[in-house]
Ligand binder design. Sequence first.
Ligand SMILES: [Zn+2]
Length: 316
Amino acid sequence: MGFEALLGNETLKQNLTAAGRKGKLSHFYLISGPEGSGRHTLADLIAAAMLCREPEGPCGVCRSCRKVLSHTHPDYITIDDPEKKILPVRLIREARSDIFIRPNEGDKKIYLFPRGQDLNIEGQNALLKVLEEPPEYGVFLILADNPDKLLPTVRSRCVELKMRSLSEALLRSILTREFPEADSQTVSAAILRSGGYLGQARKLMSGAAVSDTTRTFARCYAARDVYGLLSLLVPMEKWKRDALIPELGAWLEVLEQAIVCRAGLPAALPEAARIAESRHPRDLMAHCQVLKKAMEYAQGNVSCAAVCGWLNWALR
Ligand SMILES: [Zn+2]
């Protein structure tokens, strides 16, 4: 299997394969790139390569590899709390003492930080202490969509692996295989809007990414149906914030696509194309800001009821 499960990024894969053969994989990797660029796949493959029981891992089939790839290996530990916007320093301190307990099954103990950009200065300083004096079996894989948010002292200790976008031809062949029903215009629009990153292109292609609530929002918004919007938002007042925030994120995505569509580029969602025809760009820009604000409020201490009430007024 090797690193082939990661698509594209040939130079990076060759370098890692060569380092693996020489037994020279680093203890600290910073894997940078936007969402959907394959950072998680790469981190899993590096961890599998380090814990694989075969001579030239990752083989992908031994017990160790399978446990790593399904995130059930006791020596491959994720440090995150998805509920918190900033990664709590407590978790980093816990990892710092946990690392001195020897690995359970393998020769390495690997810590994955999926949101490096969400570490505050205190958290990064806590991390730095262990990066300075790790036990010889300790490994850190830090993922970040914006590596500039990391302190130079943290960054300089890591080998940085930058995820590259995939070629249009490669993306087209993958998407056409995975979505055989889609027409070529939809595929082209998804490729264009994905920035060349497969995860984002897949998300754009997947009709499931748009919920019924989002479709109803798009229909009411395009038709300036104030009553329809009110009927949609009132029941949402009782939603939990972890459901409300991604839903508003999907609304924002529809409006952003409508803006792209007004600029003459194809939209992956038919709903966005309809909005682009009926609403003024000035409204679209203002309402994107409104939705961003609403998501911020919901992430803070404002109740979902108050956020939905405000949206009903602010989205007109
Ligand atoms: Zn293996």
